[in-house]
Design a protein around this ligand. Structure first.
Ligand code: OOG
Ligand code: MG
Length: 254
């Protein structure tokens, strides 16, 4: 019954054409059904030889919640095909209407699931460093409600992880800042602390939510903890720069 919506969202990706929110056609769509649609989309991608390389949290800061007018944290999955290496150009035409946002990325050295605590996350950390997420809502104008964006795998489209590891500076992450420049002009400023007061709490929430489904964050997976600032749209020719303590993570759009 839900499979037609899974198909329709995948069609939007293939055609690079946004559609109307699912809830305009199914106003009763529940959060549970939305996660079912999301999982079914993941199974199709995995069947098509892509691989699951991590998870993402979304709408974990006020700035992001206001950005899309949805006020609940959400989670999605990351595929290997979404990863872009630092230094590589970003190809605009892969997507419908891409946007970028700064995030803290985390990698664990041991798996975490049900009942995970902040202590567990800190103990299991292998990497905590800068990242950029690229979003591409499959809905017109990035306009959607909570179940819509969950079904659409939380607008996930791409991500770039930096190389600087802050695990020896965890106490300072709450004082870090980040600024995002587009073509030299500062468009966004923020701090990782904007994410739930401590972005590692986002990892706790993710581990627990996966645990309720009998899943875990596996060792080596990338976890994006959620946008720190509102996202910014970009077009061909733009230079996007994110300036973090110890590293600039930037790309040129071609
Ligand atoms: C929804 C995805 C939210 C984040 O980090 O908050 C997200 C969107 O903004 O389209 O990835
Ligand atoms: Mg994000």
């Amino acid at each position: 019954m839900l499979s037609q919506w899974v198909q329709s969202l995948q069609q939007a990706v293939r055609d690079r054409k946004a559609r109307s929110p699912l809830t305009t056609e199914v106003p009763t769509l529940t959060i549970e059904q939305a996660y079912e649609i999301q999982s079914a989309g993941m199974e199709i991608a995995l069947g098509a030889k892509d691989s699951l390389c991590g998870y993402k949290m979304g709408l974990t800061s006020r700035a992001k919640q206001r950005d899309v007018n949805v006020y609940e944290p959400i989670r999605g999955y990351l595929l290997s095909s979404m990863e872009i290496q630092k230094g590589d150009a970003v190809v605009r035409d892969r997507w419908i209407h891409p946007r970028v946002e700064p995030e803290l990325a985390v990698v664990l050295k041991s798996p975490l699931g049900e009942g995970a605590t902040l202590r567990d996350v800190i103990r299991s950390l292998e990497f905590a460093g800068p990242a950029l997420e690229i979003l591409d809502s499959r809905y017109e104008n990035f306009s959607f409600s909570l179940p819509d964006v969950i079904a659409d795998n939380t607008s996930a489209a791409g991500f770039i992880v930096g190389r600087t590891n802050w695990i020896d500076r965890l106490n300072e992450i709450g004082r870090f800042g980040v600024s995002i420049r587009k073509n030299g002009a500062v468009e966004r400023t923020g701090a990782p602390a904007a994410v739930l007061g401590d972005p590692l709490l986002s990892v706790v929430g993710l581990a627990r939510a996966l645990g309720r489904e009998g899943k875990r964050i596996e060792a080596g997976m990338v976890v994006l903890t959620g946008g720190i600032t509102a996202s910014i749209a970009f077009e061909k020719g733009d230079l996007i720069e994110s300036l973090w303590p110890g590293e600039d993570l930037s790309f040129r759009v071609v």
